[in-house]
Write a new protein. Sequence first.
Length: 231
Amino acid sequence: MYEELRKRVYEANMELYRRNMVLYTWGNVSEADREQGVFAIKPSGVKYEDLRTEDIVIVRIEDGVKVDGEMNPSSDTPTHAGLYRAFPEIGGVTHTHSTCATAWAQAGKSIPCFGTTHADYYRSDIPVTRYISKEEVDRGYELETANVIKEAFIGRNPVHTPAVLVRGHGPFTWGKDADNSVYNAVVLEEVAKMAMYTLSITPEQSELPVSIQDKHFLRKHGPNAYYGQGH
Ligand SMILES: [Zn+2]
């Protein structure tokens, strides 16, 4: 049971590793099976070099409790579960400590949309959450991480902006499945790097004009999209 789901989550985790997005055990990828009410996630503390398909753990979306697998799930499991509950449209979640995106998270700054690379994938800036309070840390750090993300998305569409920076921590991205959430994590890192370079050249640089932002986002997304081969 869950063989296909495990295989996809294993592959997505290894893609993160191949793209140089993770060091040691940092980072994790999951994918939901909404019908079964579960998601598959990387086990805790296993190096990517040593990861095997059968190590992937199956847990319930409802409460993050393990339902299948030998190993303990990633310590970030309650965050993934909280995100699946908060955003019913998403099917995969990726967390990394990729350098540039994490630098923005540590600086507590959202990433402004300076160019079309950003606009192609993310509508508006990439939001940064507030710090998690001491009470929240004590109550349940990983679940409260999902809650501050949810709070940062009040008034935002998580499908249009599939990324967030958790203040002082790092990025979480999501997508229609595990593979798509990894893709968004890789793109986010590049966009974060480009934005840093932009500000190093012109510290007072303003955002890309909204007309160009809209053009780039809407030609790839929404009812009138025409980018690619599928139209
Ligand atoms: Zn982390």
